[in-house]
Design a protein around this ligand. Sequence first.
Ligand code: SF4
Length: 270
Amino acid sequence: MLSTSTQILRLSQGQLNLLEACPRKFQHTYLEKLNSPSNPEQEERLTLGSRFHLLMQQREMGLPIDSFLQADAQLQSWMLGFADAAPEILTAASDNQTFRESEHYRTLQLQDYLLTVVYDLLIADNQQAQILDWKTYPKPPNKRKLESNWQTRLYLYVLAETSDYLPEKISMTYWFVQSEGKPQNIKFNYSTAQHAQTGKKLNQLLSQLTNWLENYQKNQQFPQVVEGSKNCDYCQFAKRCDRIQAIEEAVKESLPNFDSIQEVLLNPIN
Ligand code: SF4
């Protein structure tokens, strides 16, 4: 949630993604709270995802999880698959030198914003720090897309800024527990060059946000994406933004021109 109570705005990776994708959508969603309710299918997916996260957290805290697993075949199959694919993640090191914490929360102040991250699991020792994230949707996204997502960029950035680890000693791994076959992972190593690049991009985006917020106080709307942008195609604010027509035209253009299609004569049946 965007909070203005202390004059410092709290921002999460989801808000940064939205801000970068379309500032106007950020305005409608977070400043005007105009989000439409999710459909039952989305709700169900979200609930199942939260239950898996909760289960992993309980397990990490050493609390019993058997009754949850017995009551839910889906959770049980995800957990078994994950235990099979990555037993080393589920087993705590016996050396007492390793820090592990699920739902690990960190913040970093940058300009007038408090950037917040929550790592599903953080495993750190005197050599390296690993951020782990569980995903319960079926298909892993394209790796480049995931790399540019603010979850990846912000999570790595905040850990490098708020710890003694060099960027080269930090990694982030997504585990897709519901992939076809067995769980799959996508790992991102970090570097000093990437860290500098993310810092620059973040500072630019936050400065822009400050300007847009100032203008918004003077009744100026946040900028929209350019007309014809794919972002508008499935946006719930298309009507409000007067982008419906553009979408209809795009649909029309994608349909064949029936006037130019020659009639096919069927052979008469004897
Ligand atoms: S319809 Fe387009 S311009 Fe309007 S909020 Fe959605 S993405 Fe942004």
